[in-house]
Design a protein around this ligand. Sequence first.
Ligand code: EPU
Length: 351
Amino acid sequence: MCIFAPMKNDFNLQQYNSFGFNTVAKYFAEINDIQQLETLVSTDVFKQEKHLVLSGGNNVLFQDDVFDGLIIFINTKGIEILREDGNEVVVRAQAGEDWPDFVKFTVSKGWQGLENLAHIPGKVGAAPVQNIGAYGIELKDSFLQCEAIEISTGKKRVFTKNECRFGYRESVFKNELKGQFIITSVDFLLKKNAPLHLDYGNIKAYLEQNGIVNPTLQQLHNAICAIRDAKLPDVKQIGSAGSFFKNPVIEKAHFEALQKEFPNIPHYDEPNGKVKVPAGWLIEQTGPSTSSGTSWKGWRNEHVGVYDKQALVLVHYGGGNGHDIVELARKIQDSVEAKFGIRISPEVNFV
Ligand code: EPU
């Protein structure tokens, strides 16, 4: 029998999921180096129990009070420069590195590529899984390759960018290979000198308001952090998983019909002729009647609600559980569908 020493039983995950739910895991193993992971996959608990790899826990919704299986918490650290020449740097970060700290580090070195992804809570290893994106940039734009361990064999495998099959908040790790690999490190290709991406609506407006004409990399990073802080809850204060829903992509004909009825509907044209509509707007336009209007935005009950500054974010004020969020999410989906004929789908992973 193979035993993995640092395994814990009946472990409360409150500090390990950004909603802050008190879900208790039957088994919990913290991984601080890759050898521990290699040992873990050969244990009986690993082989017999269902398991879930948890990185920052910022994009998961534990629906129940008990997780009847093994949580594998990846906490490996290390940042390494693999290549630096001319205008390019290739840097490797271990999966357990904190994402916002890693972005801050690359910006402090003057390396460009990740600055618009500043301040997204989470860890490096989770970033490729849903191809995190913000302010006109996606992870895939600076991604070179990642290393992962195949759970069934314990063998290492390198995934190139093509093999990751990135899409909008999608990758092979969420789809065809779901649950089969654990990402252990990610390599990024960054630039020392490249144009900054300032085109996303509120970046320019923010810089103008603050009298910044030609922002430096550091100024752009700080601006993104400030914009996010103004719109998104700090998960240390209010439980949430960032955007709860994806922005839906609909057929052009459907969009044109909606636009006739709702001339102010915001939208972004997609390369495939379809149209992306912000789910936050759809949610804001629907909902129960309250003293402050008819909208989900800002709605709350004792335990959960819809964030008042960004309707795409569902929040947990404390004392609730996953069921409360699931119930609220369903009601929101139903009312958006009834009004716009669009079924919005969650970005968050339900466990
Ligand atoms: N809007 C509303 N009401 C709201 C929220 C948004 O009307 O309550 C409308 C506005 O018209 C606004 C538009 O939606 O102009 C877009 O809003 P925003 O710029 O805030 O972006 P988003 O589409 O709501 C996406 C990402 C965020 C990312 C921001 C900025 C998704 C699902 N979400 O949100 O990602 O930070 O863009 O780039 O694509 C996350 O994934 O956790 C996340 C926060």
